[in-house]
Design a protein around this ligand. Structure first.
Ligand code: GUN
Length: 300
């Protein structure tokens, strides 16, 4: 039986429409415009593509977007100085420094210096801690894992009581995904296992999953023999593989071997067009949350 496709593009349009209404309310009832600063250091082409997409979405929503491009040899001190300025800029409610920065930049120190109130990535330990204890109702949720949760919610998939197996333990996806899924909360309540590079018998574990979240950055890693019949498969991977037939010389593939896994799954996200579009939507949502929290506004 073919799986149902979780259409991230369609769901992200729905989310965009909801957010547009919130931006309108902030403008009309409170005279406020949410503002997002996106900082990019260096010229990594993939990072520039992502940053441009964030800027485009912000503009579509009526969010003020400030893109700051710094040369690859910018010093740590100068990045920190910029963060300080953005922390005290009243027109800016969200600050994001695109990852990965050049090797000489200490990313951890940058994150620690972003005001937790403006940390729309939800990377600051204060916000990570709040999320972990489930105290994030009015706070931030990390964009990619939150996008995965919303994809399931809007597709009518309830993780409650299900065994969710996450492949990958990154701070951006794997660990926060586990935290969101395990919460005692509507749309969560899963039993969670995290697999990673040192996991023994990974295949056996993934095969027990009702929900598989693949986030390891290895193209086509999850194959049909690893997946239980009827599992929900969420593919967070965005990997570039050479493709001479494409103008760009590459195409994007996920961490899941879509062709072999799709017939076994009940639901599956495609790449591209699955998790990717949701990440940006959740960033915009966090920017609106930041604007509301900073201005002590509660939207209905
Ligand atoms: N690079 C890849 N994904 C992300 C993200 O969600 N936030 C930031 N800041 N950088 C990224």
């Amino acid at each position: 039986m073919a799986a149902k496709i979780i259409d991230g593009r369609k769901i992200s349009v729905e989310v965009t429409e909801e957010l547009k209404v919130q931006v309108e309310v902030l403008k009309n009832d409170h005279g406020l415009q949410p503002g997002l600063a996106v900082v990019i250091v260096g010229d990594d082409p993939a990072s520039h593509v992502y940053v441009n997409a964030k800027e485009k979405k912000a503009k579509e929503l009526g969010i003020l977007s400030k893109k700051i491009v710094l040369p690859a040899d910018t010093t740590q001190k100068d990045v920190l100085k910029l963060i300080d300025e953005l922390n005290s800029d009243d027109t800016i409610h969200g600050i994001l420094v695109q990852s990965p920065p050049p090797a000489h930049i200490d990313e951890e120190e940058i994150i620690l210096n972003i005001s937790p109130a403006k940390d729309v990535d939800c990377f600051h330990p204060y916000n990570v801690g709040r999320m972990l204890i489930g105290d994030d109702e009015k706070g931030f949720k990390p964009c990619t894992p939150h996008g995965c949760m919303v994809l399931m919610e809007k597709s009518g998939i309830d993780p409650s009581g299900k065994h969710a197996v996450i492949i990958g333990r990154s701070n951006i996806v794997g660990k926060p995904m586990a935290s969101l899924l395990v919460q005692k909360a509507k749309g969560a309540n899963a039993t969670v296992t995290i697999c990673h590079s040192r996991t023994k018998n990974m295949e056996e574990i993934v095969k027990q999953a009702d929900i598989v979240v693949a986030a390891i950055g290895k193209s086509n890693f999850v194959t049909a023999d690893m997946v239980k019949e009827g599992a929900v498969v969420i593919d967070v991977g965005i990997n570039r593989v050479e493709d001479a037939t494409k103008k760009s010389g590459f195409r994007l593939v996920g961490d899941v071997d879509f062709a072999s896994v799709e017939p076994k799954a009940s639901w599956i996200t495609p790449v591209p067009g699955g998790v990717g579009p949701m990440t940006i939507g959740m960033l915009m949502k966090n920017t609106i949350v930041a604007c509301c929290n900073i201005n002590k506004i509660q939207l209905g």
